[in-house]
Design a protein. Structure first.
Ligand code: NAG
Ligand code: NAG
Ligand code: NAG
Ligand code: NAG
Ligand code: NAG
Ligand code: NAG
Length: 763
């Protein structure tokens, strides 16, 4: 029985067609051999891209290590007792202190005296590069004080391909450009404090369903063609490598049916050859599935332990299956990242502030500082996206009576020591309390929780406002004297499972029930991913809707500031909100084991680069709220588009490989500017966006943005610099980034569909 597989090169990318001649279940992995091209040997780190000094020191240290010491550096040990997610043991003889690796991308998890920062999706919704850097700086200071050498984040994959995917909220955006630029700021912010980032999850980790093998069912395989992986999924990783990331975490899924942590094409090929990556690759926790094979494919460290390495590694070197130079390179990459971050001098001892238990006596290491206050609060404020504001509902005008409803308005009934860092406790309760962060290993630890209700109470105290509330009734009674009814709902998500839909009948009903007797119903949604609003958006009594995302511990202060107009909302959607689930088509739900492949679930990325707004544009589907959309309390006008396109341009880059690829991919080729005027009455920030229509590609793709505060009546000029990489497509034949000859379209405006300025650029 044969299942024939054909690859058809379609006009705009590669579409793979699987044609079953006869139905027969595939039972052996050998069926898939060769689907991911072999790339060997594993490139040795060279020290290029500014890593020379770190490599020189690392090589000197590694040269002093015995075979067993080197081997011990490559996998996590349980012999070190602390609360870190993973530990590399010390080598006392060489004064190497060991390494602590710990969650998460939005703040330290599993300990006390730390803060809960806005999550990835909230950073994406803020579109603020400087703020992303400040947040990273403040978080990194806490990781450092706690003795965490490697912070497990930021997340730039998943890239939101599947609307219901459970970890999209940990990632920054569904757009690779937005994700990459804010992710790069994050890496730089961590580097300024000497903390190594482990950028995750590499690569194609777009669903939770079947992410790990279970019984005799293998992990889902993300089948991604060469053009799509370069232009979409690899894009943010390239940018974070360019920014100096010291660690990349390979993911649970398979890519073209080869486990991501044993895949030589993705690790040796794309990452260590094409992107010139100098750091180390660490497995996601438990994602190592082979010994010799993962070693040769480019995996450098296994976590939290390894059943494949250790004694077997030494045997494999002794019997010639693994060259010792490969082990040397693994350890050199690990140690070089440590030197590159400057952790060899003055760094707190690994895990010093990470106790194994918070209910037992432990040394207090207070990582909180006053410098975190501003990024915590601004970060929380800026990720709120106002999408509807009618009848002058917001900002509130000195309300005499506010009625507050919804299970998301108040703090959890308990937040005690047992809950710190515990997946289950957080998971079970967040559905009945205000959601400041979602579930799984990205659930960070708040120092306190400013809930919407607590913050509104403080404001009411100041203003002499009356409050009425009912958090749990799904059909509460409303005092007709209410100036406004605030309904707080959330949509929960967690690592380990995908969501079952994008709306929620219970909270939709709550909103409509309140609106039936309140003509000024304002809905606030703490959404861990896309949340549809069509069940209530057209209700005339629903006057305002805010996507409040996952603000971290300052949630209540932030929403109160926005509701009262102390700050004009300034976030924009980092994803597309459809009118209905079906509008996402095949990209709504995760792939499931099916047909001949019940033992080997297949997820074919046959849509190519057409995900999120690229798909809505290509399929002519009108979204409810488009990518990049968000309202504020003023209005802006756009004018004076200027495109300066001077230098003549060769088709391909010609520079040497630096961090992230050929160095000249980062050369500025075109400059675009525009003027923006605040035509309203209050000061507010606008996020100006630039989209490029590359000949033969999607109608438009984000390639520039800037967030700028503009006073009423003032005009500011915004300048966008377009790099070679921004204007290139991946040429699968030449295996290079290529400029296209012809007319490029340039669009500038306030969202992906409100683009008042258009121009062209000829290359
Ligand atoms: C996956 O397979 C496609 C189709 O053959 C190919 O274009 C791509 O390079 C492969 N990628 C990896 C990482 O194996
Ligand atoms: C390597 O690790 C093993 C297991 O933790 C330990 O028993 C051994 O002493 C270590 N070897 C060296 C040389 O540190
Ligand atoms: C060498 O050792 C490794 C690790 O134990 C083992 O997997 C491999 O089969 C051995 N190869 C030979 C040729 O003995
Ligand atoms: C939420 O908490 C309230 C009050 O403790 C309780 O009555 C209700 O059953 C809870 N709902 C859920 C879904 O846990
Ligand atoms: C809007 O609210 C008013 C009460 O303020 C109510 O009389 C009316 O029926 C509501 N309209 C809808 C469409 O629910
Ligand atoms: C909305 O999407 C759901 C889920 O895909 C589908 O069952 C339903 O038919 C769609 N409704 C409309 C009006 O398109």
């Amino acid at each position: 029985m044969i299942t024939a597989r054909y690859f058809v090169a379609a006009l705009l990318g590669f579409v793979s067609l699987f044609i079953s001649v006869t139905a027969q279940e595939i039972t052996s992995d050998t069926y898939f051999y060769g689907q991911s091209p072999p790339v060997y040997p594993s490139p040795e780190g060279s020290g290029s891209g500014g890593w020379n000094a770190a490599y020189a020191k690392a090589k000197a240290l590694v040269a002093k290590m015995t075979l067993e010491e080197k081997s011990n550096m490559t996998y996590g040990t349980s012999s070190v007792k602390n609360g870190c997610s993973g530990n590399i043991p010390p080598i006392a003889r060489l004064h190497f202190p060991g390494l602590c690796l710990s969650d998460a991308g939005n703040g330290v998890r599993g300990t006390d005296f730390v803060n809960s920062y806005p999550s990835g999706i909230h950073v994406g919704a803020s579109w603020n590069k400087a703020l992303a850097r400040q947040r990273a700086n403040a978080m990194a200071a806490e990781f450092r004080t706690k003795g965490v050498n490697v912070a497990l984040g930021p997340v730039v994959g998943p890239l939101g391909r599947i609307a219901e995917a459970g970890r999209n909220w940990e990632g920054i955006s569904n757009d690779p450009y937005l994700c990459g630029s804010l992710g790069a700021e994050t890496v730089q912010g961590f580097r300024e404090k000497g903390v190594i980032n482990s950028v995750k999850h590499y690569i194609g980790n777009e669903q939770e369903t079947n992410r790990n093998p279970s019984g005799n069912v293998a992990s889902v395989s993300s089948n991604i063609d060469d053009k799509t992986i370069h232009e979409l999924y690899l894009w943010p990783f390239a940018e974070l490598v360019h920014a100096g990331a010291g660690s990349i975490m390979c993911s649970y899924n398979r890519v073209n049916n080869s486990y991501a942590c044993s895949n030589s094409k993705t690790m040796n090929g794309l990452l260590k050859t094409e992107l010139g990556y100098q750091g180390f690759v660490v497995s996601d926790w438990g994602a190592q599935h082979s010994g010799v094979a993962s070693t040769l494919a480019g995996l450098d460290m296994a976590m939290p332990s390894s059943s494949f390495w250790g004694a077997n590694m030494i045997e494999a070197i002794n019997n010639g299956s693994v060259p010792e130079s490969r082990l040397d390179d693994m350890v050199t990459r690990i140690i070089a990242s440590w030197y590159y971050a400057g952790q060899d001098f003055g760094y707190p001892a690994p895990g010093i502030g990470m106790p194994t238990s918070l209910t037992q006596p432990h040394t207090v290491v207070n990582a909180k500082t006053s410098s975190a206050a501003q990024p915590l609060l601004s970060g929380a404020i800026e990720g709120h996206v106002l999408v509807k504001n009618t009848k002058n509902a917001l900002p509130l005008h000195h309300p005499q009576l506010l009625s507050v409803f919804g299970y998301d308005a108040d703090v959890p009934y308990a937040w005690d020591a047992g809950q710190f860092g515990s997946f289950a406790a957080i998971n079970n309760q967040i559905q009945n309390e205000t959601q400041v962060v979602a579930g799984g290993s990205g659930a960070n630890n708040p120092a306190y929780i400013s809930s919407p209700f607590v913050a509104l109470t403080a404001r009411a105290y100041q203003d002499g406002t009356s409050l009425s509330w009912n958090f749990y009734s799904m059909n509460p009674s409303v005092n007709p004297a209410s100036d406004a009814c605030l309904v707080f709902i959330n949509s929960y998500a967690t690592e380990g499972r995908d969501r079952s839909g994008l709306h929620d009948p219970a909270s939709d009903t709550l909103v409509n029930n309140v609106a039936a007797s309140c003509s000024n119903t304002i809905v606030v949604i703490h959404n861990a991913g896309i949340r549809l609003v069509d069940q209530f958006v057209d209700n005339p009594n629903v006057t305002a809707i805010i996507f409040a995302h996952l603000p971290g511990q300052d949630s209540g202060y932030a929403i109160t500031s926005i509701l009262y107009g102390d700050t004009s909302p300034s976030g924009k959607l980092p994803y597309t909100v459809a009118k209905n689930e079906s509008d996402y088509g095949n990209l709504l739900s995760p792939a499931l084991p099916a047909g001949d492949f019940v033992l080997f679930p297949q997820s074919d990325f046959s849509e190519g680069v057409y995900t999120d707004y690229r798909a809505f544009d290509a399929n002519n589907i009108e979204p409810r709220y488009e990518f990049g959309f968000g309202l504020t309390y003023t209005t802006f006008s756009y004018s004076h588009l200027q495109i300066s396109n001077s230098a003549s341009k060769q088709q391909y880059p010609s520079g040497p490989i630096g961090l992230g690829g050929p160095t000249d991919l980062w050369n500025v080729l075109v400059t675009v500017s525009a003027q923006i005027t605040n035509t309203g009455r209050v000061s507010a920030a606008e996020i100006a966006q630039l989209y490029v229509g590359i000949p033969g590609g999607p109608v438009k793709q984000l390639r520039g943005y800037d967030k700028i505060q503009i006073q009423p009546g003032r005009t500011e000029t915004i300048t966008f610099q377009l790099l070679r990489r921004d204007l290139s497509v991946w040429d699968v034949v030449a295996q290079k980034w290529a400029l296209q000859s012809g007319q490029y379209k340039i669009y500038v405006g306030s969202s992906s569909r409100i683009l008042p300025l258009t121009g062209t650029l000829t290359i």
